[in-house]
Design a protein. Sequence first.
Length: 246
Amino acid sequence: MMFIYLPNERTGRVNSGSCTPQAFIFDCDGTILDSMDMWLDLGPEFLRRYGIQVTAKDLAQFEHLALEEECEAYHRKWGIGRSGKALFEEMSLMLQERYQKMIAARKNVRAFLDAAKAADIPMSIATSTPSDLVRLGLEANGLERYFSNITTTGEAGASKKHADVYDLSLKTLMEHLGEAVPPRSSVWVFEDAVFGLMSSGAAGYKRVGIHDPAGRCDRNDVIENSEIFIDDFSDELLDRIISFGM
């Protein structure tokens, strides 16, 4: 199917009718960047410095938290470090090198972002990872230019079990463009985490669920909580999104 995009008279952005996405909001780790292997290894490696032996599965209970909150939880649970803030600063140093040197983009993501940019769909990131680390990973892979803003759960004041971070990311994106915030139903969230797919869906966003085989989420659970499911980004994905519901 071929789509013809016409300029929006007010903004100059393309418009192909009511089904044209007004914005894309992306998770980063496991969705844009292939970083979940690193994250699953990091927690146990970090805690071994303090004599704590855990597996990645043991740490699943902390996954929905922002990194600062996760470090606070480590401090409370095991009594390690001077404070949660001190643990966060130590872990951040470990992460900076990994984001700069060890993390690649997910397969075909650049081609998809190029297509979305050509269609003039504005894009932002909503993440639980500190924005400076996300920026390092994007810059290392030449992807920073696609996104108008990076919004964190720390800024939103709630984990991804709630839709606050997606709402704030969308609001910030529209402020950057000088446009009104569109209905959530016209905005697509891209996520690999089931809790993020569930909260964004409950808030009214449409969802592209991407399975990350390195992550903790079951593939069938991602499928059940997505309007569109993918294992990897592909050439036809943008057409699938635009034609959804037609």
